[in-house]
Design a protein around this ligand. Structure first.
Ligand SMILES: Cc1cc2nc3c(=O)[nH]c(=O)nc-3n(C[C@H](O)[C@H](O)[C@H](O)COP(=O)(O)OP(=O)(O)OC[C@H]3O[C@@H](n4cnc5c(N)ncnc54)[C@H](O)[C@@H]3O)c2cc1C
Length: 473
């Protein structure tokens, strides 16, 4: 018999963890499953055990508070577990997950998806060289292991993460060769009114930029990386100006560096929601395709709730509050006596969302940006497919991401299309002269995370297999 609970949650970031604490506080037997070793999600990722004495940062302090609250609650946290399939059996959700190399399952009356976001990194010539890592990915390296991406790093990309990552590299003793961002100073000034909804976060941003300027780090506003050069690893980067739609213009300038952090915003990790039949809607200000969900996490499917960045990129502060709202909604669906209407939470959620959405707007790549993807640039890293391979496929009539996938294998590698499908949609939109929202995202399929055959088959000896004797002649 499988273990069952009232509420199961996928994701122990700010959204999922707060949803879990809330549901458990309302008397629901709640289990939270996350692939990381410790709760905290992306922003509040815990330090590795080996460096516990390293200096505290605001993210670690907030994360530690959350981890203490989880430890003090009745919540059961299953760590290092990757959910790869979700099924509905009668009126129960069944979650299949890989843990310790084996596939296990649990059942739940109610399911909350708090799967967060993933980073969009626009392909650039040379981006597959060793030494190039995602901007958001770099935060994981720095928070968990206190490692810098290299000795001398170009930090490039959109939105606020460029400044956070550059500041962190400096704090950890690395050298920032330059900051390269297609955003202009005027873009940031326009975002100021929405940013004033969270003056604490605004102040932190000012401190990062002031510190970088005082240290003399060059900030190339309205610039982008045109090419990353090197044979076996990064040795330099060419950057050029971009126009207001972020098309490259003018000659390139060379910057020497041994590493590059690059990223162009976040997108909701909505594969699980789509798999379960939730419709998605294209909302640029929320990062692209997002599942249809109410502010309190309620969806059109009974017993299914969604919260946090997985419902649209509104940032950590909003994720935390929406988690609480979704936890209350989930608890109410099990225990009708729970009072789930909380106008204070709802108002704070709306304020935090305004801040988060302003950051998302700054981060979204503009139309001209994809001109930086040359014909020879690798787009699908798993299958080593270049832009010209994708365009050849479109030329033969493939006008959807699904069609490009079946014709070319783009998106059939270990990442399951998580990293290339947005670029492919942009290329189709460009070729077909359509807006991106007209190009539907690919149909998600299990496994949600890669699964090895041995994890599914379990332990067995070949000699245990019952092979029938040959039939008599
Ligand atoms: C790589 C990365 C780094 C980021 N760093 C920062 C930062 O430094 N500062 C900042 O302000 N914002 C950062 N963000 C944005 C930030 O993640 C969010 O705003 C905030 O953490 C959202 O909270 P959440 O709970 O919705 O999602 P998350 O914090 O992303 O939590 C989701 C959790 O679900 C887990 N999960 C997802 N799918 C599965 C599955 N199938 N099985 C098991 N577990 C699963 C994930 O591993 C993760 O732990 C980052 C985003 C990314 C993608």
């Amino acid at each position: 018999m499988i273990k069952t609970c009232d509420v199961a949650i996928i994701g122990a970031g700010p959204a999922g963890a707060n949803a879990g604490i809330m549901a458990a506080s309302q008397g629901c037997h709640t289990i939270i499953i996350d692939e990381q070793a410790m709760p905290g999600g992306q922003i509040w990722r815990a330090k590795s055990e080996a460096i516990k004495s390293a200096p505290m940062t605001p993210e670690i302090i907030d994360g530690d508070k959350l981890r203490v609250s989880i430890a003090e609650s009745n919540l059961t946290h299953i760590a290092n577990a990757k959910v790869w399939q979700i099924e509905r059996e009668l009126d129960e959700w069944v979650l299949h997950f890989i843990i310790n190399g084996r596939s296990e399952k649990i059942g739940a009356k109610v399911l909350i998806l708090a799967t967060g976001a993933r980073e969009y990194v626009q392909p650039t010539p040379g981006w597959t060289l060793p030494g190039v890592i995602g901007l958001a990915g770099a935060t994981a390296l720095m928070k968990r292991d206190l490692l810098t991406p290299g000795k001398r790093t170009v930090v490039s990309g959109t939105g606020p993460l460029v400044f956070f990552v550059a500041s962190e590299i400096r704090r950890l003793g690395g050298e920032v060769a330059a900051i390269v961002t297609p955003n202009s100073r005027a873009d940031w000034l326009r975002a100021l009114p929405s940013m004033s909804y969270r003056t604490d976060l605004l102040r932190r941003g000012f401190v990062w930029v002031a510190d970088l300027l005082l240290a003399g780090i060059p900030i190339f506003w309205r610039h982008a990386i045109k090419q990353i050069d090197g044979e076996t690893k990064v040795h330099s980067v060419k950057v050029s100006k971009v126009s207001s739609d972020w098309s490259p213009k003018g000659p390139a300038r060379l910057i020497e560096a041994d590493s590059v952090c690059t990223g162009h915003g976040l997108q909701a990790a909505s594969d699980a929601s789509q798999l379960l039949g939730i419709d998605v809607k294209y909302q640029l200000e929320l990062g692209g395709w997002v599942p249809e969900v109410e502010e309190d996490g309620i969806t059109k499917i009974n017993g299914l709730f969604i919260c946090g960045d997985g419902a649209g990129i509104r940032g950590a502060a909003a994720a935390e509050i929406q988690g609480k709202l979704a936890g209350l909604s989930a608890a109410k669906s099990i225990r009708p006596e729970v009072n789930s209407s909380n106008s204070t939470l709802l108002n704070s959620y709306r304020r935090a969302s305004r801040f988060g959405m302003a950051m998302t707007r700054l981060s979204i790549p503009r139309k001209g940006f994809q001109k930086l993807i040359t014909q020879e640039t690798i787009v699908c890293r798993c299958e080593s497919l270049r832009r010209c391979d994708i365009e050849n496929e479109i030329e033969t009539g493939a006008a959807t991401t699904n069609a490009v996938k079946s014709g070319s294998r783009a998106g059939m590698g270990p990442c399951g299309g998580k990293y290339c499908q947005s670029t492919i949609a942009k290329i189709i939109a460009d070729r077909e002269n359509q807006s991106e929202e007209k190009i539907a995202p690919p149909t998600p399929r299990p496994p949600l995370r890669p699964v090895s055959a041995s994890a599914l088959s379990g332990e067995f000896e070949y000699t245990d297999l019952q092979i029938p004797k040959p039939a008599p002649l």
